[in-house]
Design a protein around this ligand. Structure first.
Ligand code: IPE
Ligand code: MG
Length: 215
C-alpha cells in the first residue's frame, strides 16, 4: 500500500453528549467517558509514529453551554490533563505537552498548572500533544501573533460524532488536511476506529493542487 506521511493528526472530539443521552445519562457522564479515551488515543498515535497530536477539547464558543457543563469541562481538563498525575504519564511516554488557547476567563490556578506541565515536558520529543482548550481559529488568525504558530500543517483531521464541519479549529494548519468525518461518538472511539481512519488516510491521494505523474 502506498503510504502518505503522517506527521500531524488533529481531532475534534465530538459526540459525548449524544453518547450519554443514548444511555439516559447526563451529558457530563459522556464527557467523563470521553476523557478516558484520550489516554488510549495517545497510545495509538505513539504506536503509529505520529509526531504531533492535537485535540480540540473546548472552544471559545463552548462558553455558551450551561454553566454547570462548562464548569465540569474545566475541572476535567484540570484533573485529567494538567494535574500532577498526568505528568508521570507524559514523562514515561516521552510526550511534550502543549496548551493551545486564550488566557481570557481561565483561572490562575489552571494557567499556572499548564505552565508548569509545559515546562516539565518541554524536552520530551517522541510526540507533541497539544490540547486546544479555550481556543478559536478565527480569533487566532486575527491576533497579532498567531498563538498556534508552533504547529505544523495538519495531515489528517478526524472529527467524531457524525458532524461534518471544522468548527473554528486550527484553520491555518488545516489548509491541506485530509478530513475524515467519523460517525462514532467520541466515547466509543477504539483502536479499531483509529486503524480504520489511518487506513483510509493512506488510501487518499494527496496532490496539494498539483498533478501526480503517471506511474
Ligand atoms: C464534545 O462533545 C465535547 C466538547 C465539545 C467539549 P459534545 O458535548 O459536543 O457532544 P454532543 O455533540 O452534544 O453529542
Ligand atoms: Mg458537539
Amino acid at each position: 500500500m502506498r503510504r502518505n506521511s503522517l506527521n500531524h493528526v488533529a481531532l475534534i472530539l465530538d459526540g459525548n453528549g449524544r453518547w450519554a443521552k443514548k444511555r439516559h445519562q447526563p451529558r457530563i457522564f459522556g464527557h467523563q467517558q470521553g476523557a478516558k479515551v484520550i489516554k488510549h488515543l495517545i497510545d495509538y498515535a505513539l504506536n503509529d509514529y505520529v509526531k504531533y497530536l492535537t485535540l480540540f477539547c473546548f472552544s471559545l464558543e463552548n462558553w455558551n453551554r450551561p454553566q454547570a457543563e462548562v464548569k465540569f469541562l474545566h475541572s476535567l481538563f484540570y484533573q485529567k490533563i494538567v494535574s500532577k498525575k498526568t505528568l508521570d504519564f507524559f514523562l514515561k511516554k516521552n510526550i511534550c505537552f502543549k496548551w493551545l488557547g486564550f488566557k481570557t476567563k481561565l483561572s490562575k490556578k489552571l494557567l499556572d498548572a499548564i505552565k508548569l506541565l509545559e515546562k516539565k515536558t518541554a524536552k520530551n520529543n517522541k510526540l507533541t500533544l497539544t490540547i486546544a482548550f479555550n481556543y478559536g481559529g478565527r480569533q487566532d488568525l486575527d491576533s497579532k501573533k498567531r498563538i498556534s504558530s508552533f504547529l505544523p500543517n495538519v495531515d489528517l483531521l478526524i472529527r467524531t460524532g457524525n458532524e461534518n464541519r471544522i468548527s473554528n479549529f486550527i484553520l491555518y494548519q488545516l489548509a491541506y488536511a485530509e478530513i475524515i468525518f467519523e460517525k462514532t461518538f467520541w466515547p466509543d472511539y477504539t483502536k479499531k476506529t483509529w486503524k480504520q481512519n489511518i487506513k483510509e488516510y493512506h488510501l487518499r491521494k494527496r496532490r496539494f493542487g498539483a498533478i501526480l505523474p503517471k506511474k
